[in-house]
Design a protein around this ligand. Structure first.
Ligand SMILES: [Zn+2]
Ligand SMILES: [Zn+2]
Length: 414
């Protein structure tokens, strides 16, 4: 029944979808849209769902869409759980699949016939592929709903790259009515070659936090420093002291990053700066570190400023929590991916990155698993990193994404 390529075991009906997956991905690629502006993207999704008669709701959290596929198969086993996950309704498991839809403010440098038609706008992260995979998954599952003993919600989420669409989708109730029992999502991943899946239990991606700090000294003449409080010197000491947080306050077996990426101060060679502005980002995996790191950063800034007679203003923003995979759903994804991926490299264990993702807001609410689907192909020069102006991926991965999503939905809704 399964067709085996050298890379993936994909059923014929899903292989048949592959030309359409490529077509939708390229249509989306040509007309990228930023977060909460995905109107054209949402129309394409809705048009496809409508063409197949798939029930769906649009304009959720502005541009989000949820397709709801209710299986027609009766559940044989009236067990209170499915695949080891406790169900809200023992007769009717509810599974969710998430795709993000937005692009980035980047000028594309690829020369392909499907390159971006919009200036300074580009699908440089692969979310066009995620949307195509989710459309294909919705179509397959809808056409085969007689094999589903449960409901599958396909969630198309806006604004992953910012300001964040997952949280407003959760707040709009997409995980309710019927209540979602378990959830998965994937990222096409150019850090892994085509023919691999990267996944791990626990933290897969880091929390993302940002800070902006203004150091306030007292400016003056460059030749009379004793009359001033040099904001540049204070800020330099703050930057040095912040580096000791990750290296001296965090267990070396844990991971944390404190990066100062911007430092702006001064106006002339012979003037001591009155103020200095620092901006940076903080990353970590362990949710317990959230309060500690934010507090420690402020303590360090306050302590250095006090020692120098300076003052400060600090804005600290929590952007996304860490992406934490549930062990049971992760085991399910891992075992299904092992059936689909037929390469020697196969499943890359303990895959982890300090990048962030707002899939975390869904995974805070329901047990789930987010995983990376290898999409790089160096031989075809499709291996530029995400967010690079020449980013592109091997579209062969699209059907594999649909296959893994469909298998997960069928296993859970059984
Ligand atoms: Zn991205
Ligand atoms: Zn992304």
């Amino acid at each position: 029944m399964l067709q085996s390529s050298s890379l993936f075991a994909i059923r014929p009906e899903i292989n048949t979808l592959q030309p359409n997956l490529v077509k939708w991905r390229r249509q989306l690629h040509q007309f990228p849209e930023l977060g909460f502006q995905e109107k054209r993207t949402a129309s394409l999704i809705s048009a496809q769902l409508t063409a197949y008669g798939i029930p769906h709701q649009t304009a959720i959290a502005q541009t989000g869409i949820v397709a709801t596929i209710t299986g027609t198969k009766a559940r044989i086993e009236n067990a209170p759980e499915s695949q080891g996950i406790k169900l809200n309704n023992s007769q009717h498991p509810v599974f969710a699949i998430r795709a993000d839809m937005d692009a980035l403010p980047i000028q594309e440098e690829n020369i392909t016939d499907y390159r971006s038609q919009i200036e300074r706008m580009m699908h440089a992260c692969g979310h066009d592929g995620h949307t195509a995979i989710a459309i294909g998954t919705a179509i397959y599952l809808w056409q085969n709903r007689h094999n589903l003993a449960g409901t599958v919600k396909i969630i198309f989420q806006p604004a992953e790259e910012g300001p964040g669409g997952a949280k407003p989708m959760v707040e709009a109730g997409v995980l309710k009515n019927p209540d979602v029992d378990a959830m998965i999502g994937l990222h096409l991943w150019n850090n892994l070659p085509l023919g691999t899946v990267g996944v791990r239990t626990g933290a897969l991606m880091a929390a993302v936090e940002l800070f902006d700090c203004k150091i306030i000294g007292r400016g003056g003449h460059g030749a009379m420093p004793h009359q001033t409080i040099d904001a540049i010197l204070v800020a330099a000491q703050v930057i040095n002291a912040l580096q000791a947080i990750a290296s001296r306050n965090i267990d070396p077996l844990e991971a944390a990053v404190v990066t100062v990426g911007q430092f702006q101060a001064g106006s002339a060679r012979n003037v001591i700066a009155d103020t200095a502005n620092l901006s940076g980002t903080v990353r970590y995996f362990k949710p317990e570190l959230a309060d500690f790191l934010a507090q420690r950063i402020e303590q360090v800034i306050a302590g250095v400023c006090q020692s120098q007679g300076a003052s400060y203003e600090l804005d600290y923003h929590r952007i996304y929590p860490p992406v934490i995979n549930h062990p049971v759903v992760t085991d399910l994804v891992r075992s299904l991916a092992r059936e689909v991926i037929e390469t020697d490299l196969g499943i890359v264990p303990e895959c982890q990155t300090m990048g962030g993702e707002d899939m975390s807001y869904f995974l805070e609410k329901v047990p789930g698993c987010y995983f990376f689907l290898g999409a790089a192909n160096a031989a075809k020069k499709l291996d530029y990193p995400h967010h690079h102006p020449k980013f592109d991926f091997d579209e062969t991965a699209l059907a594999a994404g649909v296959e893994i999503f469909c298998r997960a939905a069928e296993s859970f809704c059984s």
